[in-house]
Design a protein around this ligand. Structure first.
Ligand SMILES: C[S@@+](CC[C@H](N)C(=O)[O-])C[C@H]1O[C@@H](n2cnc3c(N)ncnc32)[C@H](O)[C@@H]1O
Length: 273
């Protein structure tokens, strides 16, 4: 059995910046989009402690378009404060197991507290990188992830890790942001990167990356384009976590340039048996 040791990864400035940003952001209740805008139903939210809802930083509801069953093993890549861990733990029931992986110590503390407050006993949080998951080979029925892979500086490695940890026949269900025709002058700005936009790739590259990792039946099951107002909200959440690195007029121009080009996608697929 191989279980990657995240500590083997060399330090990376982008990961360090993102970890610092989310370590700060989790101290505030400031998600850009409300749980209902992300696709969580009022019934689902009844099960979720307020703190986990207030720190949901995703761009969708990956469990909602999965077919996770009782008794299965689920891994959530970049679990944040734990909203999807709690929902997945209820879905797999006492005979199933959920593992969250996150690199940000403050998020991990918060996720563990939220699991405890929710009375969840079949979920755990492991510290690690999604590029080197602390999870055994071929041990998982479902990989979920909600607005995290767009933050990674090494997406091919993340896609390869998904393929490694899934058992044959195991599936993935991912919500993430993609961006078409990203203006180059917007790409490397910390404020946009931390908001899951600056590091996002386009849909075709995303799907191709998953296929190149050996995953099958990869398809995008829905897309939601973000308008200028939604992008401005995401950028504002980035501004909460890093000092404003842009003059207001440039932020406005960036938001206008990205309107309609940023999409939240839901992508699914399988590791062939
Ligand atoms: C946008 S938040 C989403 C959190 C959660 N999925 C949710 O829906 O609320 C991104 C999360 O991914 C984590 N993260 C980002 N890059 C990571 C990486 N390379 N390895 C592990 N965790 C990462 C951050 O610490 C943060 O908790």
């Amino acid at each position: 059995m191989n279980r990657n040791d995240s500590k083997n990864l060399p330090p990376d400035p982008i990961r360090a910046q993102v970890a610092q940003a989310y370590g700060t952001l989790v101290e505030r209740a400031a998600p850009a989009l409300s749980p209902s805008a992300l696709g969580y139903t009022p019934e689902q939210m009844l099960d979720v402690p307020r703190d986990a809802a207030d720190h949901a930083f995703g761009c969708g509801n990956p469990l909602a378009f999965s077919e996770v069953q009782q008794g299965q093993v689920v891994v959530d890549l970049g679990c944040g404060a734990g909203i999807d861990l709690i929902l997945a733990a209820r879905k797999v029931g006492p005979s199933g197991r959920v593992i969250g992986v996150d690199m940000t110590p403050e998020m991990i503390v918060r996720a563990r507290q939220n699991l405890e407050h929710a009375g969840v006993q079949n979920a755990e949080v492991r510290e690690g990188y999604i590029e080197s998951l602390p999870v055994e080979d071929a041990s998982v029925d479902w990989v979920l992830s909600n607005c995290v892979i767009s933050l990674s500086p090494d997406k091919p490695k993340v896609f390869a890790e998904i393929a490694r940890v899934l058992r044959p026949g195991g599936r993935f269900s991912i919500s993430d942001l993609v961006v078409s025709e990203m203006p180059p002058w917007l790409r490397d700005l910390p404020v946009l990167h931390n908001a899951c936009i600056g590091g996002a790739i386009d849909e075709e590259a995303y799907v191709e990356g998953l296929r190149c990792a050996g995953l099958s039946e990869v398809r995008v099951v829905s897309r939601q384009a973000y308008d200028a107002e939604q992008i401005a909200a995401l950028v504002a959440s980035g501004e909460v976590i890093v000092p404003k690195d842009l003059p207001e007029a440039i932020v406005r121009a960036g938001v206008e340039a990205l309107a309609g080009k940023v999409q939240s996608i839901k992508v699914v697929g399988v590791k062939a048996g």
